[in-house]
Design a binder for this molecule. Structure first.
Ligand code: PDD
Length: 285
């Protein structure tokens, strides 16, 4: 079955879908995106992803391409037309098409909207969760507003590639004080020796992850000790458990950091429990 892509007002066969070469997303990475999990054909935490999309757009002064209700319909329809049961739906909005010039086009042009859906291999993800992943640390060289889910992802791409070349699944990015900010495409967590869940507080230096927010709610509901504070790489090496969160991976236990085993080198019970509980707390639509 050929893939169907939504671009600027209609659905296209993937090979016919196109964006103008002077789209500001293409030339300046002047746009934002969202990735929402699809499970059993339904969207997971869609409301929170759309709220974050609206915030990202607002921070960059890009108009909503359509009402949130209409966008929700397009996302569901893209999932349906591609027959995605388990996977992701990807939404990208850029400032639009205009002659290449750095300032915003005046008057404003219509934002460009692309929506894609694709299946993921759930068995493979479950196998990774059962085994745990390796991460490697590297300097965080991104810009100062990574709370905006911008499509300008070159530092993340380079970090992820370096991680893969080092035999790891994810890169953990580290600030100038030796503290972990987040993963290249995930939020970073540890569980300290006394059982406290630790993750960096929200700010301009991390993405406010939707999965992070839901995991925090689960932790609170279960009465787990939780501290929103930065943690160092040294603390991470000494942690009892570590894990990452993201919409496409939910909770993935980290069993090695820079080649050192975390805890006993196997996925920890807290990460495993949070992963199991996730979809009982998430919102489906
Ligand atoms: N990545 N931090 C970064 C830098 C991310 O790119 C992501 C998501 C997250 C986790 O956010 P959420 O829980 O809302 O997915 C944190 C998506 C999945 C991606 O780029 O594919």
């Amino acid at each position: 079955m050929s893939r169907i892509v939504y671009v600027n007002g209609r659905f296209w066969p993937a090979r016919k879908a196109a964006i103008a070469v002077e789209d500001r997303g293409y030339q300046f990475a002047d746009g934002v995106y969202e990735v929402c999990e699809v499970r059993g054909g339904r969207l997971v935490d869609e409301r929170r992803h759309l709220a974050r999309l609206a915030r990202s757009l607002g921070e960059l002064g890009i108009a909503l391409p359509m009402s949130m209700a209409a966008l929700s319909l397009v996302m569901h329809e893209t999932v349906r037309r591609n027959r995605v049961s388990d996977g992701i739906v990807y939404v990208q909005v850029t400032r639009g098409v205009s002659r290449r010039d750095f300032p915003f086009p005046a008057p404003a042009v219509k934002p460009s909207l692309v929506v894609l859906a694709r299946s993921s291999d759930r068995t493979r993800l479950e196998a990774m969760a059962a085994k745990g992943i390796a991460v490697v640390t590297m300097p965080d060289i991104r810009w100062g507003r990574v709370d905006i889910k911008s499509i300008a992802l070159l530092p993340n791409v380079l970090a992820k590639q370096a991680a893969r070349e080092a035999g790891a699944w994810e890169a953990w990015l580290v600030d100038e004080d030796g503290r972990v900010t987040e993963g290249a495409s995930s939020n970073a967590w540890i569980v300290s020796a006394d059982g406290t869940l630790i993750t960096r507080p929200l700010g301009s230096d991390i993405l406010p992850g939707v999965t992070r927010a839901v995991v925090m709610e689960i932790a609170k509901a279960r009465g787990l000790a939780l501290a929103e504070r930065p943690f160092t790489v040294a603390e991470a090496y000494a942690a009892r458990e570590a894990f990452i969160t993201s919409a496409s991976q939910i909770v993935l236990p980290v069993t090695r950091i820079d080649g050192r085993p975390i805890g006993d080198g196997a996925p920890g019970p807290i990460a495993a429990a949070l992963r199991r509980a996730y979809h009982d707390h998430a919102e489906f639509s």
